[in-house]
Design a protein around this ligand. Structure first.
Ligand code: ADP
Ligand code: MG
Length: 267
């Protein structure tokens, strides 16, 4: 159990959705149905599945950004739901998230230096000068510069904005980073650069990643293990190479077959 930095068992989450002509009826959507996953320190666990399979719900529930109906999340052996408000806030520093849409997730009215430094202020880390130095170092590590601190998000390309999103998460020196489709909104040519950057920072900073994607191509280059989600359940789990070579589930085979050019690579 303690071999894992983050583990979750029996996660269940149901949404109630209004339905019917006047919204009087309601549908229940089981977004998570008894999901268990475990993340090894320094490793990358990918979660793949088609749109609507529950991946983002899993991300939010793992980080306690959304309440669960049932299940338990352990971070370094501690039950997150059992922590006091103050303890949870302290744990949050070590559990960061990188989002899919780097434009929607960056406040357009804040300068990049303030966006990246906000978490340091919230967690009371360092004085103003130390924070500025940390922000600058982090921006340089993601390929940006001191000049960029005074700019606004709209002045950057999609790939650069995602670098800002990564800097904002990593400046806190977290232990676990949940990346929810971090390259899905980017051009294919930019995707590889961002994946390389994430990999390099993982190695340098000893990070553990939960990497969410609907695209098995992306996952192959970054993950050690893969969990395949379908309709709120984990239907298959294993090493990347094993899953590529011998997908057990038809659903996983279909995900693999939807990769362009994949049939030429087989055998
Ligand atoms: P994914 O990230 O894999 O696309 P989500 O976790 O976003 O999947 O969604 C899983 C299911 O839960 C979908 O059917 C989605 O429509 C539904 N869902 C997600 N968020 C909400 C919400 N806030 N209210 C109602 N239904 C939701
Ligand atoms: Mg999603």
């Amino acid at each position: 159990m303690n071999d894992f930095i983050l583990s979750a068992s029996g996660l269940t989450k149901t949404y109630k959705q209004r339905s019917g002509r006047f919204g009087f009826g309601s549908n229940l959507i089981k977004a998570l149905d008894d999901v268990s996953i475990a993340l090894k320190p320094g490793a990358t666990l990918a979660v793949v599945g088609e749109s609507g399979s529950g991946k983002s719900t899993l991300a939010r529930c793992l980080l306690q950004l959304q309440p669960l109906d049932a299940g338990q999340v352990l971070f370094e052996g501690h039950d997150l739901a059992a922590l006091s408000g103050q303890e949870l806030r302290a744990a949050r520093r070590h559990l960061q998230m990188v989002f899919q849409d780097p434009f929607a997730s960056l406040n357009p009215r804040m300068k990049v230096g303030d966006i990246v430094g906000e978490g340091l202020v919230i967690h009371g880390l360092g004085d103003a000068e130390e924070r500025r130095a940390k922000v600058l170092r982090m921006l340089e590590r993601v390929g940006l510069s001191a000049l960029d601190m005074g700019k606004y998000p709209h002045e950057f390309s999609g790939g650069q904005r995602q670098r800002i999103g990564i800097a904002r998460a990593l400046v806190l020196e977290p232990r676990v980073v949940v990346c929810d489709e971090p390259v899905s909104a980017l051009d294919v040519s930019i995707q590889a650069q961002i994946l390389l950057l994430l990999k390099q920072l993982q190695r340098e900073m000893g990070l553990s990643y939960l990497f969410i994607s609907h695209d098995l191509r992306v996952v192959r280059h970054i993950a050690d293990e893969v969990a395949v989600m379908q309709r709120g359940r984990v239907v298959e789990q294993g090493s990347v190479e094993g899953l590529y070579a011998h997908p057990r589930e038809e659903y996983t085979q279909n995900l693999l077959n939807s990769i362009p050019g994949r049939h030429w690579q087989a055998a």
